[in-house]
Design a protein around this ligand. Structure first.
Ligand code: PEP
Ligand code: MG
Length: 321
């Protein structure tokens, strides 16, 4: 099967009826780029920049960050690279930067909340990203956005740094600005966000956990981590439709995007980009070739009207596998 899939390396990702979708890769560092290129990714849908901070013994400088971002963007040679600003906090800690001890770190001080609070660190990262943008196609997204005010504040800081660099004569690319949709509040207000962002990327890893209020890593409650629960599917569908209503691009970068049960439903809902770990790309591209978008749209509508996770799994297995 591997050999069959590898023939698809330089092919576009198309459904049986010829609709084009983007199959992208998730990366944590420039060293992941070999696997990305070997598997024929059509973009980077998620560059998790927190690893740059976690693998260093100091806050990465603007130049250190610039080099990392430039390397990735250049290697993709004009294909879009979506870089997420740092998502520290939750379970991700740094030895050299003490963050407060909290009772509920996953509901606490993390990601964009830290960036907006300690904005010098955020500005350094944004400057590095803005400078790297001329070397290819770079998009910036903010993690853990819960409110419009957070997005507006982050955009304002971005615009200030961009303005400063431009007034110093720095060349800047055509950067798109988006958010991770991984907090239910943002998914519920997707129609409002869609008027202001350039794109969404749905982060199902966190979105499922926060919606079901269950930690996948906790054995006692992991049964509640249900990716295909119609509650989750309805949220995802709502986000996709809200984005398209405003003509905006919508990606997914959580694990679900490369999951063979979820892919037919997501394709039927009209998701634009599926971003996953590099080894899943060719298998997903191969599956897409067998799927008809109209039939999958009908299947997705049926799934949205079911009651349980297991019913959805049975529906998809029966229709597709
Ligand atoms: C997600 O939450 O789905 C996501 C992609 O972000 P991370 O896994 O890095 O939290
Ligand atoms: Mg997340």
């Amino acid at each position: 099967q591997r050999a069959e899939w590898s023939k698809l390396k330089d092919e576009p990702s198309v459904s049986a009826d010829g609709q084009h979708f983007v199959v992208g890769a998730n990366i944590g560092a420039p060293k992941d780029m070999d696997a990305v290129l070997e598997n024929g990714a059509e973009g980077i849908g998620l560059y998790r920049t927190e690893f740059l901070y976690m693998e260093s013994d100091h806050l990465p400088t603007e130049d250190e960050q610039f080099e990392a971002y430039k390397t990735v963007v250049e290697k993709m040679a004009g294909k879009p690279v979506t870089v997420r600003t740092m998502d520290i906090g939750g379970d991700k800690h740094l030895d050299y930067w003490t963050l407060p001890q909290e009772e509920n770190p996953f509901l606490g001080y993390r990601a964009i909340r830290i960036s907006l609070d300690q904005d010098e660190i955020f500005r350094t990262q944004l400057r590095a990203l803005i400078r790297a943008s001329v070397y290819g196609e770079l998009w910036i997204m903010f993690p853990m956005i819960a409110t419009l005010a957070e997005f507006r504040a982050a955009r304002q800081i971005y615009l200030e740094e961009r303005q400063k660099l431009e007034s110093q004569g720095t060349q800047v690319g055509d950067i798109k600005l988006g958010i991770m949709v991984e907090i239910p509040a943002a998914a519920m207000l997707a129609d409002k966000f869609a008027k202001e962002v350039d794109f969404f990327s749905i982060g199902t890893n966190d979105l499922i956990g926060y919606t079901m209020a269950a930690d996948r890593g906790n054995d006692r409650v992991s049964y509640l981590y249900q990716p295909y629960n119609p509650s989750i599917l309805r949220l995802i569908n709502q986000v996709i439709q809200a984005a398209h209503q405003e003509g905006k691009f919508v990606a997914m970068c959580g694990e679900m995007a490369g999951d063979p049960i979820a892919v037919p439903l997501l394709l039927g809902m009209g998701l634009d980009e599926f971003s996953m770990s590099a080894p899943s790309i060719l298998q997903t591209r191969s599956l897409m070739k067998t799927l008809d978008t109209k039939a999958m749209a009908t299947l997705a509508q049926k799934a949205l009207d079911l009651e349980t996770n297991d019913e959805v799994v049975a529906l998809v297995k029966n229709a597709v596998h």
